[in-house]
Design a binder for this molecule. Structure first.
Ligand code: SF4
Ligand code: SF4
Length: 402
């Protein structure tokens, strides 16, 4: 006999979900085509059909503590086949945004990054900070060869010590904030989806390793059909970003620890670093460019884009493009252009760093945690194993099985 279930709908949550990008949620009539269409949802308790009804019913706790929303890779196979145009891919994306905002620490920064009305404030902070650095450094374009930064005040355009202090502080803040936010998310999964006695339960580290084995080569992503090009584009952007981080770390090490000058365009010893940096930047920009063009030209397959998506793309694309341009303009020998672009580049980098745990960028962390948690609870995506956990107030009537 089925257990009794008393739904406690939070209608405001449904409205918030719709405002977050799930505009067609109410069109769903529970036919389950989407769950069949999704090539990566496990056979047992597949998504996204159950999430659609939870959203319509305003079951906030159920939806915000559902690890499955992060197992979805936004390929939109489900949305393209939905007979009602309810766009389940967009609904899951909206839930993910709400997840990031819910666990953001400090919370107000989650709100700052997620609300279109706060756009000016969001971009205003990095602009003011970087202009302050330029001002302290002398507020002038130095004579002679274009030198973006120097070890001593007045040596280059911006005193490097200022950049080190501010950007290191921003990075430390972002890392601490991300760790606290992800810990909160993990705890929330543990509390609200109690793992059942006697079932498989892996420890965190082995689960994380399993998750990374899937994430680094994007193996699950590859399964998607409707928006298959997104797999290649996302892979390029992902590894391009890692290449850029490695390049930055090497340059910072050479500059700060070894006291070397940043690689110039003529230094022979810096060729491998430059190749890595430039190839990574190109991969990053091409990958992002493909995703951007798809969003604008094929929204049916790429999904609708919300302010949250656009802001992230704005910061990340701006960082990549201005980074490449600063090199090209320096090459061309235009000091005003090079210094102006460098200033804008620093603004983008600072915005990216500061807002890393609150913007869509945070999906890297949340998805990794959710996949690791699912593996630790025995829900193996590939094998379609029965999940070994019980969502809050889990009952058969409220739990569509297909
Ligand atoms: S395909 Fe999924 S989202 Fe579309 S109507 Fe059917 S159950 Fe709802
Ligand atoms: S967007 Fe793709 S991965 Fe996500 S639920 Fe739909 S079909 Fe599955």
């Amino acid at each position: 006999m089925s257990k009794e279930f008393v739904a406690e709908p939070d209608l405001q949550f449904t409205k918030d979900l719709i405002a977050a990008g799930a505009g067609d949620l109410k069109k769903c009539y529970q036919c389950a085509t989407c769950s069949v269409a999704c090539r990566i949802a496990p056979d047992n308790r597949p998504y996204p059909r159950k999430e659609m009804i939870w959203g319509q019913w305003g079951l906030k706790d159920r939806l915000l503590n559902d690890p499955d929303v992060w197992l979805c890779h936004q390929c939109n196979d489900c949305s393209t086949q939905c007979p009602r145009g309810a766009k389940p891919g967009d609904v899951l994306k909206a839930v993910r945004k709400m997840n990031i905002q819910k666990h953001s620490w400090p919370r107000f920064l989650g709100t700052l990054v997620g609300e279109p009305s706060l756009f000016v404030a969001a971009i205003g902070i990095p602009i003011v900070v970087v202009l302050l650095l330029v001002y302290i450094s002398g507020w002038t374009f130095p004579e002679g060869p274009i030198t973006y930064s120097g070890h001593h005040l007045g040596e280059g355009f911006i005193w490097v010590r200022l950049i080190q202090v501010v950007f290191t502080a921003a990075l430390v803040f972002a890392v601490v904030s991300m760790v606290i936010s992800l810990k909160s998310y993990w705890n929330s999964l543990e509390t609200n989806n109690p793992v059942l006695e006697g079932g498989p339960r892996r420890d965190f580290i082995p689960s994380l390793i399993e998750a990374l084995k899937e994430i680094l080569p994007h193996t699950t992503f590859k399964e998607c059909e409707a928006n298959n090009i997104r797999y290649a584009a996302h892979l390029m952007a992902f590894w391009g970003m890692i290449g850029l981080l490695v390049t930055t770390a090497i340059v910072a090490f050479n500059f700060d620890i070894l006291g070397l000058k940043p690689p110039s365009l003529s230094g022979p010893g810096t060729v491998p670093i430059k190749i890595l940096g430039n190839v990574s930047a190109i991969a990053f920009i091409v990958g992002l460019g493909i995703m951007l063009v798809r969003r604008m030209t094929a929204p049916d397959q790429a999904g609708n884009s919300s302010y949250f998506d656009w802001l992230f793309l704005f910061f990340i694309f701006g960082t990549g493009v201005t980074g490449l341009l600063t090199q090209l303009v320096r090459w061309a020998g235009s000091a005003p252009g090079a210094y102006s672009l460098y200033t804008i580049h620093l603004m983008f980098v600072l915005a990216l760093l500061l807002y890393l745990p609150f913007s869509k960028f945070a999906h890297i962390g949340y998805r990794t945690v959710a996949i690791a948690w699912s593996k630790s609870a025995g829900r193996d995506i590939k094998l379609g194993v029965e999940p070994n956990y019980a969502p809050p107030a889990a009952v058969e009537q409220a739990e569509p099985q297909g």
